[in-house]
Design a protein. Structure first.
Length: 462
């Protein structure tokens, strides 16, 4: 649940990279005679995309409106169709609005109809890869990204798409190689932000923070800088530094006052600091701005921890009833902890069968199995989640509880301690349960009672 926040922060950067590949150097109707006027909103979005930066949401909306108007008069412009599709995908991801994804697909398919992939329409193929990633279809994202890389290995926007796909599939070595290719081809905030994510996934926390700081310093627009600061907040949060995270999210919100990931991060941090009423208010604001599945689950668990059961159930119900993209893990955790664990197992087994072997899916599948009573099978998935490199308090807690159920006292104690060492307040519900489980383990005697001790084997007679 908590571990996907950095990935959310960089998703828009990946789509922005696709926009950079498709962006024109001017908005068609702005070209004319005489001195050029100051750039308008649509042109600012193009300039940002050309640099691989995030545009402001109003500018992105202006670009979409501009391309829609242009294409009504020029329906055979495949480049503008591809750019429109990429812009829809980015807006949908940043607003959490899946209604933009069918629009994006129609635009990108129209681009391919005007100029097929066989004739070199790499922009539309990149756009379809980014769209598949936004939908959580990592296999399809990988296929499109690898097509573009094969056709033009120096086209840098292919590599963020591939990194997302490889990470979603659990192919972490391939993701690292894609990062190395990106860093050779493109300098700037996109590459450093991606490096921060890669280092985090490998457990290199100091390197991740340094790269994220570089990304913030290199960011060229306020939205891009806000995303970089939110990434820094996520990294601080995952280290258990809630006060530091709160400051970083606050810095992001001073640049973009309704930045959804930062509003959610601020709510999370306030809850960890015991400022629960403020946290509740902040979650309301965050969910009004960016109602992502993982945020609904996290806010619901805060309400539940406060005894506000009716409000928690309302958020859980909203999560179950929603139309989402890439929501299998939050829905699986919801069923495992607050619904039907057997249904969670079915859901997460299906996700695993799709080839989605990320640590997030491994953790959720293992936890669902444990909650449904199959702790022995669960342990293999929990080990996979905790041994890839990513340091997650939630994953360590899940593994510790699974081991406790299997009477593996030593490993259970070690992983419960690790969860609380990584982040003593990693969850309003489960941090307390981790402490209680650890206390129960510590109360066990160091030695078994005499009647349970193994009897010494008699010495053999010679």
């Amino acid at each position: 649940m908590k571990t996907e926040n950095v990935s959310r922060a960089v998703l828009a950067a990946g789509v922005g990279a696709v926009l950079a590949a498709t962006a024109l150097v001017y908005v068609p109707e702005l070209a004319g005679q005489g001195p050029p006027p100051p750039p308008g909103p649509a042109e600012r979005a193009v300039i940002a995309a050309h640099a691989g930066a995030q545009a402001a949401l109003p500018d992105l909306a202006a670009l979409i409106a501009d391309r829609e108007e242009w294409l009504r008069a020029h329906p055979d412009d495949e480049a503008s169709w591809a750019e429109l599709g990429a812009a829809y995908t980015e807006r949908g991801g940043r607003l959490g609005d899946v209604r933009d994804y069918p629009r994006a697909e129609r635009a990108l398919r129209r681009s391919l109809a005007e100029r097929p992939a066989a004739r070199g329409n790499l922009e539309a193929q990149l756009g379809l890869g980014a769209l598949a990633g936004a939908r959580g279809d990592w296999k399809t994202a990988k296929e499109w990204g690898e097509r573009v890389r094969k056709a033009d290995p120096r086209r840098w926007p292919a590599y963020p798409v591939l990194m997302d796909a490889y990470n979603g599939l659990g192919e972490y070595k391939a993701a690292q190689k894609a990062l190395e290719s990106l860093e050779k081809l493109h300098a700037g905030a996109v590459a450093r932000g991606r490096a921060a994510e890669s280092y985090r996934d490998r457990g290199w926390r100091e390197d991740a923070d340094a790269a994220a700081l570089d990304a913030a310093a290199l960011a060229e627009t306020d939205p891009e800088k806000a995303a970089a600061l939110a990434r820094l907040g996520d990294l601080a949060w995952e280290r258990g530094e809630a006060e530091e995270a709160l400051g970083r999210y606050g810095a992001a919100l001073r640049l973009v006052r309704d930045h959804g990931p930062s509003l959610a991060g601020r709510a999370r941090s306030l809850a960890a600091l015991g400022r629960t009423e403020e946290a509740v208010r902040e979650w309301r604001t965050a969910l009004a701005r960016l109602p992502l599945p993982e945020y609904l689950l996290e806010a619901g668990e805060l309400y539940e921890s406060l005894g506000r059961e009716e409000e928690a159930r309302a958020l859980y119900g909203r999560l179950r009833a929603g139309t989402w993209a890439a929501a299998e893990v939050p829905l699986g955790l919801l069923d495992a902890d607050h619904g039907d664990p057997a249904a969670a197992v079915v859901r997460m087994r299906a996700e695993w069968a799709r080839g989605h072997h990320s640590v997030r899916v491994a953790d959720a599948l293992g936890w669902a199995l444990h909650r449904s009573g199959a702790s022995k099978e669960a342990l293999g998935y929990a080990k996979r989640a905790t041994e890839e490199g990513l340091r997650s308090a939630l994953f360590a807690y899940h593994r510790g509880e699974i081991e406790r159920a299997l009477n593996q006292t030593g490993p259970a104690r070690r992983h419960l301690e690790e969860a609380l060492r990584i982040h003593p307040s990693f969850s309003p519900l489960y941090a307390r349960r981790a402490s209680e489980a650890l206390a129960a383990l510590d109360a066990l005697p160091d030695e078994l009672p005499a009647e349970l001790r193994a009897r010494p084997t008699p010495a053999r007679r010679s």
